[in-house]
Design a protein around this ligand. Structure first.
Ligand code: HEC
Ligand code: HEC
Length: 338
């Protein structure tokens, strides 16, 4: 999708398909928020049911959603890499190359606004994006629904999950329900901070955490809270000239040009390459960028600092970032294809 018109189309279509009232659920019905995490807001009409999650999971891994049945959601959102991809730009149908790096879907149910410019408000609505996108599935939700409804197992599961035939409502809801279960909150950092396991973090990682939170580096002025993002949008000085307009694409406001969502840093050690365009390949390159690579851009955030780290401090900071990896999440059979 490249134009504002497409967004307008999505929103118009979604108004037809959805009534998106959000409401707090007291419990996640088996998907308890981890220590330190708030309750997730679940749309009233898409409460967790095992059948819904099961259907969403099956669809997530099924190439049936793409026009030529070659690519699935999991082609670009790979479970072992916290549901991100390992290349800068993922390949869609006919190996068409996308324009942005695939983000991790860990804890995506907590994201207040989806996509790197934050243009899509709900996971239900977001499903339309890859289905329609020319370099992703290149099809449309009505054709997909028809195709999926011809598979007896899906037809039956759809009845159990939503009490109706497979249609756009069912596909978008089921995929959203599955994605809300992708909760990752058991990294070594979590064990250390919330579970009383004082040995979970090495002394180096603890020094790295201190650096991360220090005024000198200022990382936590944007990467804070339980997801290590305040979910704001910022320019972090990658280029003087950006190929990608960022949030400007959504708002058309000049101060939003080259401004992107602050990503969560959970599982960041396995989600390389980094940034909206996958231009930084390692955590070391990221630290280098913040230390000495910040470029002047009119929208560059005033929260960025200039600092110099010793080699030891660089290692400490990287060890802290690595402590945000949740091995249990990466290996959880619940999130992998059977
Ligand atoms: C060809 C690769 C590709 C496929 C296939 C794909 N995605 Fe993505 N996904 C991406 C990219 C790239 C982005 C970031 C796009 C952007 O910011 O404009 C993204 C973004 C997302 C986001 C937003 C995450 C956030 O934090 O903002 C969600 C949710 C998502 N995808 C879910 C899905 C689902 C569900 C499917 C299958 C129906 C799917 N994706 C298929 C590449 C892909
Ligand atoms: C002004 C807010 C801000 C500050 C301060 C900041 N970041 Fe970021 N960070 C961002 C934004 C925005 C992005 C995404 C940029 C993009 O998509 O091109 C990002 C991306 C990253 C990524 C890549 C994540 C991914 O999955 O691609 C890492 C790692 C990171 N920052 C670590 C740090 C560290 C370490 C510091 C401190 C030295 C720091 N950040 C300071 C806003 C900030």
């Amino acid at each position: 999708m490249t134009t504002v018109q497409n967004w307008v189309f999505f929103i118009a279509l979604s108004l037809i398909i959805w009534s998106c009232s959000k409401q707090e659920m007291p419990e996640l019905d088996g998907y308890q928020a981890p220590p330190g995490f708030p309750e997730m807001a679940i749309p009233a009409d898409n409460a967790f049911l095992a059948e819904r999650v099961e259907l969403g999971k099956a669809l997530f891994f099924d190439p049936i959603l793409s026009v030529d049945s070659t690519r699935s959601c999991a082609s670009c959102h790979i479970p072992a890499f916290a549901f991100s991809d390992t290349t800068a730009f993922s390949l869609g149908v006919e190996d068409r190359v996308g324009t942005r790096n695939s983000p991790s879907l860990a804890n995506v149910g907590y994201q207040l606004a989806l996509l790197r410019e934050g243009g899509v408000p709900t996971l239900e609505m977001q499903v339309l994006v890859p289905i329609q996108e020319q370099h992703e599935f290149d099809t449309n939700i009505l054709d997909v629904a028809q195709k999926v409804n011809q598979v007896p197992a899906y037809k039956a599961l759809s009845r159990m999950a939503y009490d109706r035939e497979v249609d756009p409502f069912v596909i978008t809801r089921a995929l959203a329900a599955f994605q809300r279960t992708l909760i990752s909150g058991n990294s070594r950092f979590d064990q250390w901070s919330f579970q009383g396991n004082w040995n979970a973090l090495s002394p180096s990682a603890i020094r790295g955490l201190d650096l991360f939170q220090s005024d000198r580096l200022g990382c936590a002025s944007c990467h804070n809270g339980f997801l290590f993002t305040d979910q704001s949008f910022a320019n972090n000085g990658l280029y003087e000239d950006y190929a990608d307009p960022g949030r400007y694409r959504l708002t058309g406001i000049e101060s939003d040009r080259a401004v992107f969502k602050v990503p969560s840093l959970r599982n960041v050690a396995v989600t390389a390459p980094y940034m909206h365009d996958g231009s930084l390949k390692t955590l070391r390159e990221v630290v280098q960028h913040y230390q000495s690579g910040i470029q002047d851009h009119p929208n560059k955030s005033p929260l960025l600092r200039t600092f110099e780290l010793t080699d030891g401090e660089t290692n400490d900071l990287i060890n802290f970032l690595k402590s945000l990896t949740d091995e249990e999440f990466l290996q959880n059979p619940m999130y992998h294809q059977e």
